[in-house]
Design a protein around this ligand. Sequence first.
Ligand code: BGC
Length: 771
Amino acid sequence: MKLKRFLKSGAVAVGIAVTLASCTQTQTTSPQDILTIHDEEINQIISGMSLEEKVEMLHSKTIMSSEGIPRLGIQEIRYADGPFGIREEIGDMFRPKGWTIDSATYFPTGSALAATWSPDLAYKYGTGMAHEATRRGKDMVLGPAMNIQRIPVGGRTYEYFSEDPLLAGALAVGYVKGVQDEGRAVCLKHFAVNNQENDRGTVNAIVDERTLREIYLKPFEVAVKEGGAWGVMTAYNKVNGNWCSENPYLNNKILRGEWGFNGMTVSDWGGTHSTMGAALGGLNVQMTGDTYLGLALIDSVNIGKVPESVVDDKVREILRVRYTVRAIPENEANIEMASQPEEQRIAYEVASKSVVLLKNENNILPIDLNKVKNIAVIGQNAVLSTAAGGMGAGVKTIYEISPLQGLQNKIGNAATINYAPGYKNYVRSWGPPVPNPNNAETIDEAADPAFVAEAVKIAKEADLVLYFAGTNKSIETEGKDRENIDLPVGQNEIAEALIQANPNLVTVIISGGPCDLRKVNNLSKAMVQGWWNGLEGGNALADVLLGNIAPSGKLPFTFPLKLEDSPAYAMGTYPQKKEVVKEEDVFVSQYRKDDIKKDSDDKKEVDFSAFFRRPVNGPDAPYSEGLYVGYRWFDSKDLPVLYPFGYGLSYVDFNYSELETNKKSYKADDVIEVSFNIQNNGSMEADEVPQVYLHRVNPSIDWPNKELKAFSRVTLQPGEVKTVSLEIPVKDLRYWDEENKTWQNDMCDVELLVGSSVNDILLTKKLSLIE
Ligand code: BGC
């Protein structure tokens, strides 16, 4: 009877996932338990399956699906990128199928969502992703992307959340619950230690176990244990010598053994490396191809090298997800446009709370339209789309409001807006460059005098200049790190020309990761970090610039003064020397005939010879800075930064007072209950994100100077005072004891530090942790 749920198109699929989740929640002890409630039935099914039938489920069926059990009407698992918009329908070689109903909501990218510091917004965001996945008939969203941002140049910094594990984990938990409460599965990616894009298919991250546990694995741990994630994507790279897709330590011991993960793992696309390794090292599904978990696996089982019970376990884990996520029959999917107004509203809300005000001399912002009647908008980043591109994370968006359009929408006739591109656009070309007078040939090309002259002309006539600088999707992308964090295509020179023309210069940075802003910061009266902020990004930004809402985003990572100050550079461990022959990026080299053979339609003759080279040997990446990643480094070493972690101004001032805790000394099982007051001293509604850091006064082992331990987002009316109450379980203050391979307490005196960024501590209180 229950098999009805899995019937393919034409049959009636019973909606169970959400109700199932809610009615079993009370009886379960871990969010992972929901996956095992059908184990008995699943075991019965497995006992009736042939080895061939089982192995068919362990590799890709198409480029974005893996097989179910057709004989029983159990539908395949359909995957969708993720992480910030459901990807359009694609066929062979990732070619779009050209559908018209698959335009999605482009949600703010990872770093923008993270700048909200709001797990509640991450939850809503997750629900939005799930609704669109459902409309598209997809089961598993390939997201959230949640690795720690270790290096400022990281190609996927914009996809990831934070340099801090607590913030990254809290956002991931929100995202996961949002998606899964609406009946779709997540796929946490990329497990684990995928912190650079250069050589991502081969690099060997060498990380000590304490750092691994406390920093790099922590967000995944909470997303599995608290969020209850049903899927995990193994990363391309190696960790301490083993590929992530065949890493018994990561996948079997920690993920399944210690964290109690009951779901399924899929390799990153092209990231499976061997049959025995993947079979015994914790991989459920080879994506893509069947080279390793196909016929070769059947042979390995037949000669007794891989026990059939291992295959059974893998099938069981996949079927658990299949049973928990309602299979959507083909005749229910793709009948209305993927993106609907409800999700577009969520995208707006997230964007509006993510914009970070970095500097605001003489309160030049918000723009006062009673005085400012002529605005010069300079810079192609005011008009360029940020939705498409970036490989897997590109979104075919239903629309996208650019910053310029947002300003036009919100200002209407109240002021004149003149636009000039200011600089040429740098577009990385995969083939021979297509000549375009608006495009720069190199990323560091000097400013074009004609472009500068045009910009200066309209800047001179204006009351205010809004200069849009930053990067684009060619510069920050999967598959390649940036070479540096310099502003590209002569953007600094243009700022110099603009300030000569008009002293009222406001610079808005449109980028996913940090840029070297020393020059523009000095020249500009105000600075705003505007992110890659989704399809409503332009409207949200304009609302902030005009003061319709107060800015409330906070930096989820440090903006260093200069790249060389950051830990991996200071330790000389990044970039790695190219001792090995440069291979193609794993994504380019991964496709095999067997992927294509299996894809149902869109067959075209392709010359595959170029795609058969598989990268194998990569550089070692020693994580010698240990725990001292991001602000932990700058803060502990007392190094100046341009803007610190957690930083962001508002149009109002807040007053912090009355820090209290429920006790003065705490034992291992206690929870530190912290409370303090925040008052909005301004004349408009505003949100503030108070942060609680912990400093160890007399520890017995080495610790960073401060570590984020709690945070909140509060909305305050003018003059309003609110009490913020937060909890810090003492068990969350433990460290990983490498010798005894366990979590240990370091009972010592500590200081609670409450503030509005890691460098702006406003209240402190001493406490003791005691045996
Ligand atoms: C990326 C993944 C993505 C996958 C499928 C890979 O290259 O690393 O994040 O989900 O492609 O598009």
